[in-house]
Structures are given as structure tokens and as C-alpha cells.
Write a protein that binds this ligand. Sequence first.
Ligand code: DX5
Ligand code: ZN
Length: 233
Amino acid sequence: MTDATRDFLIAPSILSADFARLGEEVDNVLAAGADIVHFDVMDNHYVPNLTIGPMVCEALRKHGVTAPIDAHLMVRPVDRLIDDFIEAGASYITFHPEASDHIDRSLQLIRDGGCKAGLVFNPATPLSYLDHVMDKVDMILLMSVNPGFGGQAFIPGTLDKLREARRRIDASGLDIRLEIDGGVKVDNIAEIARAGADTFVAGSAIFKAGSEVDPHRYDSVIREFREQLAGVR
Ligand code: DX5
Ligand code: ZN
């Protein structure tokens, strides 16, 4: 896939949403033009924070959310939760290779459950984890912050890593999305896209951008993201 044909997807991270009104928040970002719901699962073990699990994913499906749900598992061990998220209606399930004893098996479990599988790379995790499983991933997620919290600053070295991941994907000829997560803002999304990303997670940039008139409307920030991305094509 070349830059010219790559489609860009926006994936709001609900970590920064108002959890007391989560269904409505997800409805609002989707109505504002978001493509994918990024769902951060933290276990206070693999990462030093605790968030939401499969019951909340299932609740969003029951609420009527039909958009793809991108479950980003920051948990150890991962396999048991993979099954739970398949049952809960996740579309993508991604995990950190360091958190699985058997990476190939975990990827296979996800695909066997009918979901799209992905590996997540922390800032210091090498892309060599892809060497023998490239044909088993549908998504490569590069963390541009250390996982655990929203609202952190984008680590600039991730741009070179994105270029390397893009080279690997293009050389493989496979249909693999390249997602970026952490510190994505209106003023850096174009540069991130030029480095090769096609799927953009943004938490604080979207959910803290509601207008004063209506703090839960996200049209304008998503429009600004799209305007920035339009200049990249
Ligand atoms: C961090 C999470 C991110 C986080 C991004 O561990 O994986 O998805 O919500 O938040 P922002 O966009 O605020 O950096
Ligand atoms: Zn995430």
C-alpha cells in the first residue's frame, strides 16, 4: 500500500472520556466522525494504572455501538482476557509482546476468535518481535508514550520507528494497519502520518477539546485532524 492510497482512521481513546456517561461519550465521538473506538485496558500490574475490562466493552455493544472497538490490552498475562474480549465484541485485540509468554499462540487465539490481531511496541521495545509473525498480525501499534496514562507528550524518536515499521509493512505486501498511540495532537498528526502511520489514537486531544458551550461535542477537533491529514495525501 502506498501513501497515496492509504486511508486514515481516527481512533479516540476513551481513557480520557467521562466514564460516568461513557455510552453517550462514545456516541458523540462517533457522531463527530471518529472511525474506531480505542479501548485501553490496564491491570495495575503490567502498567501502573487500572481501567476497564470486557464487561464495559460488552456494555458498549449492548448500548448500540457498532463501530470497530480496538481493545488495547496492557495486561499480563494476556490469553485469558483475549477470550473475554472476543466474547465481549471487540473487533481488534492488541497486546504487548513482553506480556505474553507465547506471542504466536496469543495472536492465533485472537484470529481464531474472529478478531483482528495486533502487537503493541513500547518506546524501547524493538520491532524485531515482528520477525516471525508478520503474517499473523493485522495491526502494528507503536506507543509514542510509555503506556499507563493519557495526556503525556509524544516521544519524537517514534517517528523513525514509524518509518521502519512502514518499510516492513510495505515490504511484506500484507494488509496491516500502522497505529500510533500517545500524545497525538492537531499540531503533530500530519508529521506522524508522513512518517507512515495510518491509524491515529487520540485521547486527551479529543475528549478535552469539547467547546465551552457543549463540553461533550467533538466535531471541531476531529475536523481539524482530518484537515491536517488531507494535506498529507
Ligand atoms: C496510554 C494509552 C493511550 C492514551 C493516549 O497508555 O494507551 O491510548 O489514552 O492518550 P493521549 O492521546 O492523551 O496521549
Ligand atoms: Zn492505547
